[in-house]
Structure formats: C-alpha cells, structure tokens
Design a protein around this ligand. Structure first.
Ligand SMILES: [Zn+2]
Ligand SMILES: [Zn+2]
Length: 162
C-alpha cells in the first residue's frame, strides 16, 4: 500500500502486471507490484492448505489487487510467529489465491493461479524439516529448516538471479 506522503521513487521499481484466476473461473484478477521473491514452503499448514506436499508463494511489494470479477472470501489464521495472516479464496470453488500478513506491504500470490506461472520459479525452500521424504529440492535453491531468520534472505536469493 503506498501512502500519499511516502517519498517512493517509482522509477527504481520494476513493476509487473500479472493476471490469474481461480479453478472455477468465477474470480479473475490482475495484480501490479514488484516481485521480490518466490519460494516453496513445506510447513504442515501449507501441506494441509494445498492438500498436497507443499505450498508455493510469489511475493509482490507495493501490490495493488484488482478484482476483475467474482468474490473473495477471507479466513484469518495465527502464524507460528504470532502474527495474523489473511487467507483469501474464491467464494465459489475455494481455490486459495492470496495470503497477506495483516499490516504487511507484501501480498503473497499463489503462483499456480496465474496465467503465466513460469515467471515465478522458486529460488528457496523453507520448512524443509517437515518436507515429505520423496520431494527432491533442486540444487540451485536455498534451503531453510524452518522460517529463515529474516525473510530478507528469501528476497536476496531472488535478487541473485533476477
Ligand atoms: Zn472459483
Ligand atoms: Zn507454509
């Protein structure tokens, strides 16, 4: 969220415009913002949420979400670090689309919902301690047993290849 009084030099930001939709198509959206990282999370919350082995996240700084059609529902959960995270999903089919820690300027988008998901190849894997045994992590990805000490580490890994 950009506050009117914030002296932000927009020329220094590479803003991306990405679009996507839920599984049933009732929700279509476009998001603008600066991609700052993309990673895979092997925590048990992500395993349950996705009904799969891991969750994926693409983080956008100063993101603006434009809902083109459909309706989002929201559920708020406590994170392991004691923060509150808003989880948004299609009101019709339940596809999870966005996560945002309350008060954060970063919007987390689920890359699988995007029209062009390939632009968010993960650079890191976190919560590797609870990873399913059969998942093999590509050697170019940075690994963390749980959350990195600072989430900045995930952004550094992104900057190293972008
Ligand atoms: Zn839907
Ligand atoms: Zn997770």
């Amino acid at each position: 969220m950009i506050e009117v009084n914030d002296p932000i030099d927009l020329s220094s930001l590479v803003m991306a415009k990405i679009s996507g939709q839920c599984q049933c198509g009732a929700v279509r959206f476009a998001v603008t913002g600066k991609p700052v990282t993309a990673f895979v999370c092997h925590c048990t919350e992500c395993q349950r949420q996705s009904g799969s082995a891991f969750g994926m996240a693409a983080w956008l700084e100063q993101a603006e979400l434009h809902l083109e059609r459909g309706q989002l529902k929201e559920w708020i959960r406590q994170t392991s670090s004691g923060k509150q995270m808003a989880c948004q999903f299609c009101a019709d089919c339940g596809s999870r689309l966005f996560h945002q820690v309350l008060g954060s300027s970063i919007l987390s988008v689920k890359p699988g919902s995007l029209d062009e998901p390939s632009q968010f190849s993960p650079v890191a894997h976190i919560w590797v301690a609870s990873k399913q045994d059969w998942v093999e992590i590509p050697p170019h990805c940075v690994q963390f047993e749980g959350n990195p000490e600072s989430m900045g580490a995930l952004m550094q890994a992104w900057q190293a290849v972008h």
